[in-house]
Design a protein around this ligand. Structure first.
Ligand code: ATP
Ligand code: MG
Length: 408
């Protein structure tokens, strides 16, 4: 079937009173962003509804994209006909036959803003209902709780009919809750945490700490590819790649082994807080989940968190690993996440990491390091790139040039 447009419904934001228009405009913009490569498409807002006019684009492609847009509750592919009763009847039947699974009960609902149409709403409802019943089997009318509703809207410019409703992802329009910076590792958890944060309307930038060339180019490529998947949800995603090798060497030199990870994470957070300030982000996001590993005990989080004032959001904090994996599969990040390349932490994990690190001991170790200088150097040498669903970014193009400059 050739649909003419997609009717888009949105929910929660309708409750936002005065802010409603701002939210709607953002939603419109976000829809346009994910359809940017289909120039024939027009996205319009009329009477609190959003229509995506297809002008020949495939409705399947558009619907797949819309499933990624946060803030959308559901959408319906719409067929347009002339103001002609026979045409309306035929199209209504065709639409109903597309519904899967095929319904047992239905009803017709007619709206008639165009009052010059010759039939009244009840008359047209009756005509179309009778026609559908005559041309189907095992289908009955149920006006109170139908499986499917055939909606008909009679307007001066034409008739709009739809019967299928496809659920959207829900949440809040991307960017409507402000900006945060996500610490992205390349593992399974942080991309899932990013997705949840974006779903509640946060605009994200990513920060990744790498230890190239001790760790491979592929381990950075993995993060770039993960961000590319995440950019499907927003149209684009900025990523900061921070060289962390020098800091790691210093930690090795001065820390006791069981505190390696504690000090490393404290350095992550200090640097991330600086970037957040610079990029006007008001929170950090991590993929931590309580008790998952030694650095994610409450004692560890306390001691690591101690070095920053910026709020840290942990969307996965109470989730079990298996549930996180399920979401990772659903949102499309799982495959890249399980590629085997080591990241900086996996090469650095002590045999016996402490599960109860103390603030005083961490501070004692850091006194021996030039913390501020190390942080400034890493920030100076950070590479920032913009990632979109369309472009392929290669890690070697980003990192090698940086290393050449550094080796001089
Ligand atoms: P993930 O699956 O996200 O890697 P994890 O279970 O491996 O998480 P950790 O390695 O303890 O857990 O990391 C906890 C969190 O710290 C990550 O979810 C991520 O937010 C952040 N993080 C870890 N390593 C890095 C890194 N190299 N760069 C940026 N952030 C990191
Ligand atoms: Mg990890």
């Amino acid at each position: 079937m050739n649909y003419d447009s997609i009717l888009v419904r949105y929910g929660e934001i309708a409750l936002k009173g005065k802010n409603r228009y701002r939210f709607e405009d953002r939603l419109l913009q976000n829809i346009r962003n994910v359809l940017r490569d289909l120039p024939q498409i027009k996205v319009t807002k009329t009477f609190g509804r959003i229509y995506v006019e297809l002008h020949g684009a495939s409705h399947d492609v558009v619907i797949e994209r819309l499933k990624n847009v946060f803030g959308l509750v559901s959408f319906s592919p719409v067929k347009r006909t002339d103001l002609d009763v026979e045409d309306i009847k035929r199209t209504s039947l065709e639409l109903l036959q597309q519904v899967k699974p095929f319904p047992k009960t239905f009803k017709v609902e007619t709206k008639r803003p165009y009052k010059l149409f010759p039939l009244s709403s009840p008359e047209l409802t009756y005509e179309v209902g009778a026609y559908i019943l005559r041309n189907t089997e095992n289908l009955t009318v149920n006006v109170h709780q139908p499986d499917t509703v055939v909606n008909i809207e009679i307007r001066e410019e034409g008739v709009f009919i739809y019967s299928q409703t496809i659920p959207g992802v829900g949440g809040m329009p991307g960017g409507s809750s402000g900006k945060a910076l996500v610490l992205l590792s390349g593992g399974i958890d942080s991309p899932v945490a990013s997705w949840y944060a974006m779903k509640r309307g946060l605009q994200l930038e990513g920060i990744h700490f790498h230890t190239y060339p001790v760790t491979s180019e592929e381990s950075i490529q993995k993060v770039i590819d993960l961000v590319k998947v995440l950019s499907n949800y927003t149209g684009q995603f900025r990523l900061h790649l921070v060289p962390f090798l020098e800091i790691q060497k210093e930690i090795k030199k001065y820390s006791q082994e069981s505190y390696n990870i504690t000090i490393m994470r404290r350095m992550f957070l200090r640097i991330a807080e600086q970037f957040a300030k610079r990029q006007h982000a008001l929170a950090l996001v991590t993929g931590e989940s309580l008790g998952q590993v030694a650095s994610q005990t409450l004692e560890s989080m306390y001691t690591i968190n101690h070095v920053v004032r910026i709020p840290i959001l942990r969307p996965l904090i109470t989730m079990d690993k298996l549930d996180i994996i399920e979401v990772a599969r659903k949102i499309g990040t799982y495959e890249a996440s399980v590629r085997p390349f080591e990241d900086c932490c996996s090469l650095f994990v002590p045999k016996n990491p402490t599960t109860k690190p103390l603030v005083t001991r961490a501070e004692f170790i850091e006194q021996k390091m030039e913390v501020d200088k190390l942080i400034n150097d890493a920030i100076q040498r950070t590479r920032t790139i913009m990632i979109t669903p369309q472009d392929d970014v290669k890690a070697k193009d980003v990192i090698f040039t940086d290393m050449q400059e550094f080796m001089k």
